[in-house]
Design a binder for this molecule. Sequence first.
Ligand code: SF4
Length: 331
Amino acid sequence: MSGRASVAIFVPHVGCPHRCSFCDQRAITGSQSVPHAQDVLSACERAVECGADLKNTEIAFFGGSFTAVPREYMLELLEAAKIYVKKGFRGIRLSTRPDAIDSEVLGILKDYGVTSIELGAQSMSDEVLMLNERGHTAEDVVRASSLVKEYGFTLGLQMMVGLYGSTPDTDIYTAERLIALKPSEARIYPTVILKNTRLGELFLKGEYRPYDLDGAVALCARLLDMFESAGISVIKLGLHSSQDVEKDMLGGLYHPAFRELCESLRYRNEMERLIGDDKQVAFTVPPKELSKVLGQKRSNIEYFRSKGVEVRVIPDPNASEHRIKRQTEDD
Ligand code: SF4
């Protein structure tokens, strides 16, 4: 969401008909209480007082299944948010379950100034959805996505990597199916195993084994490529780093800089392709990409050194965004 900001309001667990295998929203969002209208008003007011650029700021309801909460409660939150949409906020964004979307609720959301809807697809394998107790099918994701677009909302799709019963091939299949639905945005969440969840029990019993972190980084680097080459921006990759998650996790695919690891690997793969058989190579990169190109603790440079290749990376303020370029003698 480049250049955009949001006032995030977490609506933990309210409205979920049951608990998905991996979910402990309170640990993930750090939110213990259920927000009400006054909380929405205060959060928006704070953003105004802090001088937020309102036309680029969305009011975002995350965490639970927004359209599955009791209707009166949903309208209470939307009423409060709408006051600030009228005061110049860009709009309202929310996340929900694919089976909690129909024409009636989309009509209501439109009236209240909702602009973006994210659907938690998580997997496009019905077997994986069933094993993780999602309570909806892949077909629900297809149906809800097309309805969301039909009503003119920005569509975002969320997927998880390494769920119980999933394999890297299943995850790639999920990404392909989601890309075919042409969302504007995607979020990719590698599965983290939290205490007090069904997945946690399966893990402790040895019935669920997560991917190893390196394998997950390689897979997610590939997924990132797939979405971005289809023109879909990946607005989140990995859970945001949080003390609550670190305290409540049993294992799984968590790293406080997960996205950076994936992007560094992508750069390493690209450098490898550009290096060919040469032994001394220099690259120019945009300065803000420098740390990713070097890798954590210069791991990319060390990787090439271990193969007998000396790589130099030169920050170049004129380099185009995300571009790494091999320096030639003419440069
Ligand atoms: S629908 Fe979302 S918030 Fe509700 S239990 Fe499942 S993952 Fe958690």
